[in-house]
Design a binder for this molecule. Structure first.
Ligand code: FAD
Length: 394
């Protein structure tokens, strides 16, 4: 008798797959895996964001660009998302005197798109829930993974009960502080590096006008470049803008130095004078919203044998200055999908090729994102550096 190929190779055997993390990348990935005919279990630490009102009413947005669109097109939801996305055709710089200048992102009609993070995640979860092959499990935190025994150690957020559950193939999409990666870090020859910027960020809000419209140009990403730090703002559908202040943790001008509402108000009036009248909740937002840190994570390999692989921030967390973290994670899904078509059932080839192709790209965007912070907070304000078109001056 001629030897038969191993069952997991060269044939499209449908499997039970496990996705850890139902965020942006995990929910999209589950859809791709289910469309290949597999049964997918998704475990997510948080409660169901569609039921818990987890956004707390605040709009947090992200810039979606071509790589992200391509991944959404692959599962047929690009048009639905486009209907609730706001195109940004260029950036508007606000100088310290309130003068504005404009740089287009490309040819007329080309742009990046502001989308609601929560809205996009909820939409992807709705689609995942509608797939008979996908089962969503919320409130399930992965504590660690027994890689040798192929067991998940999970804790139920509501009851605190812990359990062990076997898996056949595990996809780690549990974000920058991935528990799946944490377990892989304890295996031999696993490279891992994380680095923090000395800057943090805080989200603030520009209010809509009395008639509910936008108080700044809606089809642009706004930047207040101030040399060592900056604020940016992206539009939301409800007439607000979500502002993000990227600011040193320590020093003369820093989060540590702004301790009272009076100090915050005076600082903003001095450095962001045109924004302050549009931010009626400024000091409440400043002290109510967290100050978060900015981390880059690099690691390798992303695959453990043929049964675990990392995608999205779990594999490559980057700082947000290129607006490419989610886009890169979505592109991971596109590439994995292509590889599943090329090597149906051959998980070894899929995982090996996936990390070989994606790792150099992930490293490149990680470095570019750090460099782009200097450009955005400093160089875009330098008239010698880029040709700027004055659109308004006060
Ligand atoms: P996450 O979105 O972090 O999702 C991980 C999921 O796993 C979460 O739902 C989490 O609850 C769950 N989880 C975590 N740990 C566990 C566990 N132990 N067990 C079970 N579940 C777990 N990207 C862009 O493309 N464009 C932008 O404009 C942009 N702007 C950004 C602005 C800021 C300020 C920041 C910080 C990031 C920005 N990014 C942007 C990056 C983007 O947010 C991330 O790249 C993206 O969210 C990664 O998606 P993910 O699904 O891999 O991870």
């Amino acid at each position: 008798n001629a030897p038969q190929p191993a069952a997991s190779h060269n044939q499209t055997e449908k499997e039970q797959l496990t996705v850890m993390g139902g965020g942006l990348v995990g929910s999209l990935l589950s859809l791709y895996l289910a469309r290949h005919g597999h049964r997918v279990q998704v475990f997510e630490r948080r409660p169901d964001p569609r039921r818990a009102g987890a956004d707390g009413g605040r709009s947090i947005n992200l810039a979606l660009s071509d790589r992200g669109w391509r991944a959404l097109e692959g599962i047929g939801i690009a048009e639905a998302v486009r209907e609730v996305a706001i195109p940004m055709y260029g950036r508007v710089m606000h100088d310290a005197q309130g003068n504005l200048s404009y740089q287009p992102y490309g040819q007329p009609g080309q742009g990046i798109y502001s989308v609601s993070r929560g809205g996009l995640n909820r939409r992807l979860l709705d689609l995942a829930e509608a797939e008979p092959n996908i089962q969503l499990n919320f409130g399930q935190q992965c504590l660690e993974v027994d890689l040798r025994g192929q067991q998940l150690h999970l804790r139920d957020a509501a009851t605190g009960q812990e359990k062990h559950l076997g898996y056949q193939r595990l996809f780690g999409t549990d974000g920058a502080f991935s528990a799946v990666r944490g377990s892989m870090q304890r295996t031999d020859r696993f490279d891992y590096a994380q680095s923090y910027l000395e800057y943090g960020y805080k989200e603030l809000t520009i209010a809509p006008a009395a008639d509910g419209t936008w108080q700044l140009e809606k089809h642009a990403l706004h930047i207040w470049p101030r040399g060592r730090y900056m604020m940016i703002a992206l539009p939301n559908l409800d007439g607000t803008f979500t502002c993000t202040l990227f600011f040193p943790f320590e020093g003369e001008e820093s989060f540590a130095a702004l301790r009272t509402p009076e100090q915050v108000q005076a600082f903003f009036e001095r450095v962001f004078p045109d924004a302050v009248p549009l931010m009626p909740e400024l000091t409440d937002d400043f002290f109510g919203n967290p100050t978060a840190s900015l981390v880059t994570v690099k690691c390798f390999p992303w695959a453990h044998q043929d049964d675990v692989v990392l995608l999205g921030d779990a594999a490559h967390a980057i700082v947000p200055f290129y607006g490419q973290g989610m886009n890169a994670g979505f592109e991971d899904c596109t590439v994995l999908d292509e590889l599943l078509r090329q090597h149906p059932g051959n998980w070894h080839a899929v995982f090996q090729e996936f990390q070989r192709v994606r790792k150099p790209n992930a490293d490149a965007i990680a470095d570019l994102a750090v460099y782009n912070f200097v450009e955005m907070r400093d160089k875009v304000a330098d008239p010698k550096f880029l040709l700027q078109k004055k659109i308004e001056s006060k």
